[in-house]
Design a binder for this molecule. Structure first.
Ligand SMILES: [Zn+2]
Length: 429
């Protein structure tokens, strides 16, 4: 797989990220310039070889890092001098121990790891919330049984705003930015005119709203993208997706992503400031069509609608403006009431199936509420079947990994229903 050819084909529309998802690893290494190479993996790794050793930007995931190490060794035998973690997500930070084991064997000096000062706190949090992270990642990627790691290679050097260093005759400028995470670093390598941006660009609508994850920072993210665009880079090497070559393309990718984030932030804050409800923000914010049609802003991983919620949480709080949600009844109690008023849970499920047949967006959303009430109020097998069918349709008709993951998981979660928690009425929830 020639990653630059694929990049051209995606840019021109010959292929789309709907068929070739940006998170698909191609498990290859591509020499870009003398001393610069790109490993396509989950997540990608950028490699700079110098006279004084190798520098890596990201190091591989907890599942593929060993393979990444072997792949890099087909390109260079240099000692690893430094590794920069673009951020602490577990698909980026697990490669260093393979290089350390090798250094020990060869009698080389071990590598140093550089990261933003917030990154170590992330690793601490991942240990604290291991159970939660294990469940949500299984759900997001529909990977039952995926285990959450517990051993992390912490950084040796942390920095606050910017960290500059030279290895061999190559200079590196590492800049902090809040964006997908609070601990992001983007790296500028002037001699290669290369930006390594981590997940601040991923060939998709930004992962700034992820429903199951901690706070993201869309406004600061846009600022960072615009700052990166001032470097006039020739290559953009991102944490996911294929490299982008050419100054005009790199600039377009960065500034269009910034423009989308700015638009969503501005609209959401206007609605927040008006005293309206979260419901108004979710249904009134629009997404500029000239941006949403770009090949690198398709909502195949996260979705703009989820970014609205993240902005609400960041600048507002968890209260959505609906007083009934301030101190809600148990969901099952509300479902029982509604089912009784409707004439039974079966009536709700039947109406949900009618709505799902209509297939338009509002009907799909309504069907989901009704069938969820029905399934909370009754564990009749026909209702559980309806629930399974409706979530299967919602997964199928969603574009993003996040929505497909959550709806897909919901569609099958009661299939082995003896393993499901049931309350004293036998309800599933
Ligand atoms: Zn990533």
């Amino acid at each position: 797989m020639d990653v630059f050819e694929l990049s051209d084909d995606l840019w021109s529309g010959k292929h789309s990220t709907k068929e070739i998802h940006p998170l698909i690893p191609h498990n290859s290494i591509t020499g870009i310039e003398d001393g610069l190479a790109f490993v396509s993996s989950f997540a990608n790794v950028s490699c700079v070889d110098t006279e004084e050793g190798l520098v890596l930007i990201d190091t591989g995931s907890f599942l593929l890092a060993e393979q990444v190490h072997q792949t890099i060794r087909t390109w260079t035998g240099s000692r690893l001098s430094k590794a920069i973690y673009s951020h602490g997500h577990v698909d980026h930070v697990f490669g260093v121990p393979y290089f350390e084991a090798e250094a020990k064997e060869a009698g080389w000096e071990g590598p140093q790891v550089i990261a933003h000062e917030a990154l170590a706190h992330r690793f601490d949090r991942y240990k604290l919330t291991r159970g939660y992270n294990e469940i949500i990642n299984q759900r997001q990627f529909r990977a039952p049984g995926m285990v959450w790691p517990t051993n992390y290679r912490y950084p040796d050097i942390d920095y606050h705003d910017r960290y500059e260093f030279v290895v061999g005759d190559v200079s590196f400028e590492v800049n902090h930015a809040k964006g997908e995470t609070d601990d992001h670093s983007w790296t500028w390598i002037p001699s290669h005119r290369t930006l390594c941006c981590g997940d601040l660009f991923i060939w998709a609508s930004p992962n700034a709203g992820n429903p199951q994850k901690v706070q993201r920072y869309p406004a600061e993210w846009a600022v960072a993208l615009r700052e990166m665009a001032t470097r006039n880079a020739e290559y953009l090497l991102s944490g996911h997706g294929v490299p982008i070559k050419g100054e005009a393309r790199v600039k377009a990718a960065l500034t269009h992503t910034a423009e989308l984030l700015e638009s969503i932030v501005d609209q959401t804050i206007t609605i927040l400031n008006s005293g309206a409800r979260l419901d108004d923000a979710i249904h009134q914010v629009t997404y500029p069509s000239h941006l949403m049609e770009l090949p690198y802003l398709q909502p195949v991983y996260d979705e703009p609608e989820f970014i609205v919620r993240n902005i609400w949480r960041l600048y507002g709080g968890w209260y959505d403006g609906n007083p009934a949600n301030l101190k809600p009844a148990r969901e099952v109690a509300l479902a029982d009431e509604i089912a009784a008023l409707a004439g039974g849970a079966g009536v709700l499920a039947t109406r949900a199936m009618e709505l799902i047949e209509l297939g338009d967006d509002q009907s799909l959303r309504l069907a989901t509420h009704l069938v969820e009430f029905a399934a909370l109020a009754s564990n009749d097998p026909a209702i559980i079947d309806a629930r399974r069918a409706i979530y299967a349709v919602r997964a199928e008709t969603s574009t993003s990994t996040m929505a497909k993951g959550i709806f897909g998981w919901a569609s099958t979660e009661f299939d082995n229903d003896n393993s499901q928690p049931a309350d004293t009425n036998g309800h599933l929830h």
